[in-house]
Design a protein around this ligand. Structure first.
Ligand SMILES: C[S@@+](CC[C@H](N)C(=O)[O-])C[C@H]1O[C@@H](n2cnc3c(N)ncnc32)[C@H](O)[C@@H]1O
Length: 154
């Protein structure tokens, strides 16, 4: 499967995480699964939770890795809080903060500085409320309701 985003620090991150067979992995900004693919190769049957706020990214990792992972479309603060409340523990946690290539390449995603498009820094279309975002994009994203589907995996 094509990967629409190549993580630039892939090798350095893998060296630091040093995944071992059977270990568990929580990726709070999994994007399109670049780091996750390499971690999954090394942990074998170890469990992996892949979080991303962007529904396109979440769909992609679900399709790419299937039942091998638990994809969660949510922000990493909510997802880590839920994991803590559920008593989950992980051997590795990764937060690779920023944007992924498709968010920059597609003007309708609101981040492009090469193409004209609406400003929308929420990442998740479910959060959008065009009128509010036009007035104050930062505040609109922060105060947006959590998407209904964020608990679908429970
Ligand atoms: C640099 S990319 C991550 C790439 C990924 N590590 C990989 O291996 O391909 C950053 C990702 O973080 C996601 N993101 C940004 N803010 C987030 C948040 N508050 N909660 C969850 N995901 C977030 C973006 O949607 C984007 O997919």
């Amino acid at each position: 499967m094509n990967t629409p985003h190549l993580p630039v620090l892939h090798d350095a991150v893998l060296e630091l995480l040093d995944p071992k067979p059977g270990e568990s992995y929580f990726d709070g900004t999994a994007g399109y699964g670049g780091h996750a693919a390499s971690v999954l190769e090394r942990i074998g049957k170890g469990r992996a939770t892949l979080v991303d706020r962007d529904p396109d990214a979440s769909r992609h990792v679900k399709q790419r890795f299937g039942d091998r992972v638990r994809p969660i479309q949510s922000d990493y603060v909510t997802a880590t809080t839920d994991a803590l409340e559920a008593g989950e523990r992980y051997d590795m946690i990764l937060l690779d903060l920023g944007v992924s290539s498709p968010q920059l390449d597609r003007p309708e995603r609101g981040f492009s500085f090469r193409f004209d498009g609406p400003l929308d820094i929420c990442r998740a279309p479910a959060y959008q409320a065009a009128a509010r975002i036009r007035r104050d994009p930062v505040k609109s994203c922060r105060s947006a309701p959590r998407p209904q589907e964020h608990r679908w995996w429970r």
